[in-house]
Design a protein around this ligand. Structure first.
Ligand SMILES: CC(=O)N[C@H]1[C@@H](OP(=O)(O)O)O[C@H](CO)[C@@H](O)[C@@H]1O
Ligand SMILES: [Mg+2]
Length: 519
C-alpha cells in the first residue's frame, strides 16, 4: 500500500475507534445497538472492499435493523453470487472487527487499493443481493429491472392458470403490513406495475405512522401470534420484516380480534413444494402414465425449528426433506445441491433455487415442447417453472417476490388463506431462552438437534421428551443473542410448555445464572 493511501486509511480509522463491546460475524452479520457499532461498520466496509478485490467482482454491503427494534443495527455482506458472504471469510471478518488499533487494521489489507464503492441508496436486503448477483452475471440489475422482472413473471404465472380454477374475480386484493420498514415504499412502487393484484400497504414507514418493528412486522406476528397494529377482526394480511427478507401470512380471528391464525414460513414452504411437485408431475405425465423422461432432483431444506407437522406433511407428499443448522446461509448452501431446492425458516425467510446446471435443461425442454406439443399441459408446466425461476429471488429470501408467488399459487389452486392454512395443523410448540455464563459451552451436532457438550445433558432432554406424546425438544446457542434457545413441541400446548420448562431447567442447572424467560 502506498504511503498516501495508508495515511488516508489510518486517518479514517482514527475517526472510528474500537468499541468496548466486541462483535463477531454471527448467524447473519455483525449485529448490535447502533451507537456501539460505528467502528464495526467501518471495518465491514473494508471487509467488503477486500472481498470484492479478491474475487474481482461486485459484492454488497447492507446496513439494516432487519426484524429487530429500531435502535438495533446490523451490517452484512452479500457475496458475488448474491448469497451470504462465504463462511470461509467469517474468521477474517472477525479478526478485522476485533483489531485493537489502526496498525492491526492495516495488516493484510494492502490490497484495498482500487476498489470502488457505489452507494445504492435505500433498498430492501433482497434487492441488494439480487443486484449483486445480476451485475456479476452481466445482466440488467437496476431497481427498475427488478420491479419489471417480478411483475412480468407474476403476470406470466397468472396467465398460465387453468381456466377452470379462475374465480371470476377480476382483482385479487392483498393487505400488506410493511413493519414500518423499507418494504412499504418498495411494494408501492412494485404494485404500480402489477395488473390484477391490488395491494394496500399498512405500517408503510411514513413519518408518524409508527416505529420500525414495534408491534408490527413478520417477527412480531410470528412470535407473538398477534395481529400487527392497524389490523382488526377478520382482516387477512401478510407481514414483512423491516428489510423485507421475511414474510408470513395471517388471518385475524374474530374471537378477540387480536389473535391470529398464523401461516408461517413452514406453510409457505409447503405451498411452494406442493405447487412445484405438481408441475413436475404434469411434466412427467405422458398419456396418463408417469414416465421418468425428465428427472428432476427436488429437495426441501428446513431447520429443527420447522414445526414437526410441516415435516410430516412434506414427507407424506413423497418429498426429500433435509435439515441444516439455523441461519439462511446453511439452508441456502444445502438447497444449491438440488436441481430445484426449496428452503424456508419457520420465521418466513426462504426461497426456491434453480441450479445453474438445471436451468439450461429446463429451457431446452421448453423449446422442445413448444415445437412438438405447443399448448400442451406439459408445456404449460415448464413455462410455469420458468416463470417461478425468474419471479423468485435466486440470491436470497425475498418477501416481495415471495408474496407474488404465494398470490399466484393461491389463484392457481383456487384457494383462500383458510384452505391453505388447513394443509396441516401445527403441533403446539414453545420457545424459551436461558441466559448462561458462556453460551458456547453448548456444543451440538445433527443439525443442532443433539447436544454433544456438556455430556449428560442430551440424556436428560431425551428423558423429558419421552414423557410427552409427539414430544420433541432441542437446545442451541443463539447466533444473534447471548442466550441458549430451548425449543419444545408436543401434542398439547400444556405439554409443549412443560417440556420446554423442564429442559430449560436442566440447561440452567448445567450452566445457567438467570431464570428462563418466555420469548
Ligand atoms: C429461532 C430463530 O428464529 N432464530 C433466528 C435468529 O437466529 P439465532 O441464531 O437463533 O439467534 O436470527 C437469525 C437471523 O435473522 C435467523 O436466521 C434465525 O432463524
Ligand atoms: Mg430481515
Amino acid at each position: 500500500m502506498e504511503e498516501k493511501q495508508l495515511k488516508i486509511l489510518l486517518q479514517s480509522a482514527s475517526r472510528f475507534p474500537p468499541e468496548k463491546k466486541k462483535f463477531l460475524y454471527g448467524t447473519a452479520g455483525f449485529r448490535g445497538e447502533a451507537s456501539m457499532l460505528e467502528s464495526t461498520v467501518f471495518k465491514a466496509g473494508i471487509m467488503a472492499a477486500l472481498r470484492s478485490l479478491k474475487t474481482g467482482l461486485v459484492v454488497g454491503l447492507m446496513i439494516t435493523a432487519s426484524h429487530n427494534p429500531v435502535s438495533d443495527n446490523g451490517v452484512k455482506i452479500a457475496d458475488p453470487s448474491g448469497g451470504m458472504m462465504t463462511q470461509d471469510w467469517e474468521p477474517f471478518a472477525d479478526s478485522l472487527a476485533l483489531a485493537p488499533d489502526p496498525e492491526h487494521l492495516v495488516e493484510g489489507i494492502d490490497a484495498i487499493i482500487g476498489s470502488v464503492a457505489i452507494n445504492m441508496g435505500i433498498l430492501t436486503t433482497p434487492q441488494l443481493h439480487w443486484m449483486v448477483r445480476r451485475r456479476n452475471m452481466e445482466m440488467k440489475a437496476s431497481e427498475f429491472d427488478y420491479f419489471a422482472l417480478l411483475s412480468t413473471s407474476y403476470r406470466s404465472l397468472v396467465d398460465l392458470i387453468p381456466a377452470k380454477t379462475l374465480t371470476g374475480t377480476p382483482d385479487v386484493k392483498l393487505t400488506v403490513d410493511a413493519a414500518n420498514g423499507v418494504g412499504g415504499e418498495k411494494i408501492k412502487e412494485l404494485s404500480k406495475l402489477l395488473t390484477g393484484l391490488e395491494i394496500e400497504v399498512r405500517n408503510s414507514g411514513k413519518v408518524g405512522e409508527g416505529t420500525l418493528n414495534e408491534k408490527v412486522g413478520a417477527d412480531y406476528v410470528q412470535k407473538e401470534k398477534f395481529a400487527p397494529l392497524g389490523f382488526g377482526p377478520r382482516d387477512v394480511g401478510t407481514s414483512l420484516d423491516g428489510d423485507a427478507d421475511r414474510l408470513v401470512y395471517f388471518r385475524v380471528l374474530p374471537t378477540d380480534g387480536r389473535s391470529v391464525d398464523l401461516v408461517d414460513g413452514d406453510k409457505i414452504l409447503s405451498l411452494f413444494a406442493l405447487f412445484i411437485k405438481e408441475q413436475l408431475t404434469i411434466l412427467n405425465k405422458e398419456n396418463g402414465n408417469e414416465s421418468s423422461e425428465f428427472p428432476v432432483k427436488l429437495g426441501i431444506v428446513q431447520t429443527a425449528y420447522a414445526n414437526g407437522a410441516s415435516t410430516e406433511y412434506l414427507k407424506q407428499l413423497g418429498l426429500d426433506v433435509v435439515f441444516t443448522p439455523t441461519g439462511v446461509k446453511y439452508l441456502h448452501e444445502k438447497a444449491l445441491e438440488y436441481d430445484i431446492g426449496i428452503y424456508f425458516e419457520a420465521n418466513g425467510h426462504g426461497t426456491i433455487l434453480f441450479s445453474e446446471a438445471f436451468m439450461p435443461r429446463l429451457e431446452s425442454k421448453s423449446a422442445e415442447l413448444s415445437s412438438v406439443t405447443p399448448g400442451s399441459e406439459q408445456q404449460k408446466a415448464v413455462l410455469r417453472l420458468l416463470a417461478v425461476s425468474t419471479l423468485i429471488n435466486q440470491a436470497v429470501g425475498d418477501a416481495l417476490s415471495g408474496l407474488l408467488l404465494v398470490e399466484a399459487i393461491l389463484q392457481y389452486l383456487g384457494w383462500s388463506i383458510e384452505r391453505w392454512s388447513e394443509l396441516y395443523r401445527d403441533l403446539p410448540s414453545r420457545q424459551l431462552k436461558v441466559s448462561v455464563a458462556d453460551r458456547n459451552a453448548i456444543v451440538t451436532t445433527n443439525a443442532e438437534t443433539t447436544v454433544l457438550k456438556p455430556s449428560g445433558l442430551q440424556e436428560l432432554i431425551n428423558y423429558e421428551t419421552a414423557k410427552y406424546p409427539k414430544g420433541r425438544s432441542f437446545i442451541r446457542p443463539s447466533g444473534t443473542e447471548d442466550v441458549i434457545r430451548v425449543y419444545a413441541e408436543a401434542s398439547t400446548q400444556e405439554g409443549a410448555d412443560s417440556l420446554a420448562q423442564a429442559v430449560a431447567q436442566h440447561v440452567d442447572c448445567f450452566l445457567g445464572m438467570i431464570p428462563p424467560v418466555k420469548q
